[in-house]
Design a protein around this ligand. Structure first.
Ligand code: GLN
Length: 542
């Protein structure tokens, strides 16, 4: 297509309008028209990355192939587009300032005063263009976190203003706002949209397209009013009505011609329709399941819907693949610790123990695993969940009294999970774990083999602790085997039980790689096992 085009997605009025889903949907539509697209998120906070952020603050931390700890919106980008993102796809104010300050210390600025404009804005522009230059993409979609008018967002909007000027005709600004419905007046209100566009204008940026989040359809009159006050064509006022699922949004945006408007602004041909056959098939299957299972998700952030985002989305992909609705029942690990296994476990067809850090809720997770192991309920342990399965087996099958991970008890007599040697030398917290994609060799004639059906796989990691190989022989002899080993060393990546219908623990995070086009085989098989258990709970031993 020639020169890379840059699309900026900004937000006004309030946060949580779904800029990430709008960006991912626009990316999907352009990709379905045959263009190459990548989506980037600029986050205006000062943390270098969300890796050190508490899930209460920021939801899940998503991990890319190359080991970046990123905003969860990158998960949406990958799940929609089925193409991996990278370190460059998530930039924070912390990263920008760190780069500028490092340059200043090296003397790169040759004695000049270092300022927000031009030095910070230059660094922002460099990070945006880097993706276009490096990846040779037709489109770079850059979602700007936060809300227009925030102090933190100012340098980003200024960078957009400059890029629009420099790349004349090769940029589009899509502004997402809220059109609230006032029940008392029985009216949709456009004033907040007008104000947020005014704020952008004060900062020198005129949006090209306005996407309006709304609970009610927008009338032509209302669209004209927004167009008039915000200096855009009526066709560029796009309705984004509340959708039944996030996966409906690309089709809603197709109906509203968001992609067509973007192409028109960039003077690109609007010839064929986007090819979305597979997407529509997925949506149809997702909405018309023929069976149903309930999986218990045991974790400590149960009240937080975004904390296990990739896991819940993976269940949607895997359930759809199996024509099955997967109900996820959140179970608080600390409540199990206090109350034991109570009726929250009734009717579960599978149990997933979630990833996590720190000792809070661990004993509850271990109780849940004993329950799954003894009752032969399909079990999946992810990262910390796998480590807990190892601890549970050590304590209750091997009779290793007080066995533990050294993360929770550094003096345990049986450190069945221990820190890797090279991790012991690291003192800082950010970006210092075993991060990103690592190869794994799968053993034949195991559940892991049934799942992957190939010897060499690669999965994404985010942890410091590992299975302690000193105890490998004990575990093997008692029936817990290692069915996946790191290809570069001897780290255990997958464990499973020999005499259990489906009990698998993975040291990596399969949930980061599940997409609409490629549901992850670990989840697909786990759901299958839950379906068999649901149909024949009494016959589960077969
Ligand atoms: N806390 C464990 C570790 O660091 C597990 C991490 C996780 O579940 N992502 O190894």
């Amino acid at each position: 297509m020639g020169k890379t085009k840059y699309i900026f997605v900004t937000g006004g009025v309030t946060s949580s309008l779904g800029k990430g889903i709008i960006s991912a949907s626009l990316g999907k539509l352009l990709q379905a028209r045959g263009y190459s697209v990548t989506i980037q998120k600029l986050d205006p906070y000062i943390n270098i990355d969300p890796g050190t952020l508490n899930p209460y603050e920021h939801g899940e931390c998503f991990v890319t192939e190359d080991g970046a700890e990123t905003d969860l919106d990158l998960g949406h980008y990958e799940r929609f587009s089925n193409s991996p993102t990278s370190q460059e796809n998530n930039v924070t104010t912390g990263k920008i300032y760190q780069a500028v300050i490092d340059k200043e210390r090296r003397g790169d600025y040759l004695g000049s005063t270092v300022q927000v404009i031009p030095h910070i804005t230059d660094e922002i522009k460099y990070r945006i263009k880097l993706l276009g230059n490096k990846g040779n993409y037709d489109f770079v979609i850059t979602e700007i976190g936060g809300t227009v008018g925030d102090i933190e967002s100012l340098p980003y909007i200024e960078a957009v203003r400059q890029m629009r000027w420099e790349l004349l005709g090769n940029t589009v600004v899509v502004h997402l706002t809220l059109v609230p419905y006032l029940a008392a007046a029985q009216e949709l209100k456009t004033k907040p949209t007008q104000h947020s566009v005014k704020t952008m204008l004060e900062q020198g940026v005129q949006p090209d397209i306005i996407v309006c989040r709304t609970e009610m359809p927008l009338t032509e009159n209302l669209k004209s009013k927004i167009a008039l006050f915000c200096n855009v064509d009526v066709a560029s006022v796009i309705e984004s009505i509340d959708a039944e699922t996030i996966y409906d949004v690309p089709l809603l945006m197709l109906e509203e011609k968001l992609d067509v408007e973007v192409l028109k602004k960039l003077k690109l041909p609007v010839e064929n329709e986007p090819e979305l056959i597979k997407w529509k098939e997925f949506l149809n299957k997702y909405k018309n399941p023929t069976s149903e299972v309930t999986i218990g998700l045991v974790g400590k952030y149960v009240e937080l819907k975004d904390a296990y985002k990739s896991i819940s989305e993976s269940f949607i992909h895997a359930g759809t693949e199996n024509d099955c609705r997967v109900n996820v029942r959140m179970i608080h690990s600390e409540e199990i610790e206090d109350l034991g296994i109570v009726n929250q476990f009734d009717g579960l067809d599978g149990i997933l123990v979630a990833p996590g850090f720190g000792s809070r809720g661990i004993e509850g997770k271990i109780k849940a695993i004993t329950y799954a192991r003894e009752n032969k309920i399909p079990f999946l342990g992810i990262c910390l969940g796998m480590q807990c399965a190892v601890i549970e087996f050590a304590r209750n099958v091997l009779d290793f009294d007080k066995a533990n991970s050294t993360e929770f008890n550094s003096k345990t007599p049986f450190p069945v999970i221990d820190m890797m040697e090279d991790q012991k030398k690291i003192s800082g917290l950010g970006g210092t774990m075993r991060l990103g994609s690592f190869g794994c060799k799968v053993t034949t004639e195991t559940h892991a083999w049934d799942i992957y059906k190939e010897e060499k796989i690669a999965e994404r990691h985010r942890h410091r602790y590992e299975f302690n190989n000193k105890y490998l022989e004990d575990f093997r002899n008692a029936g817990m085997i290692e069915s996946g080993i790191n290809t570069q060393g001897d780290l255990v990546e997958i464990v499973e039980l020999k005499n259990h219908p489906w009990f698998v623990g993975v040291q990596f995070h399969p949930e980061y790689k599940s997409t609409v086009a490629n549901p992850h085989p670990v989840f697909v098989n786990f759901v299958k096992a839950a379906m068999s258990y649901h149909d024949q709970p009494l016959d589960a031993e077969n």
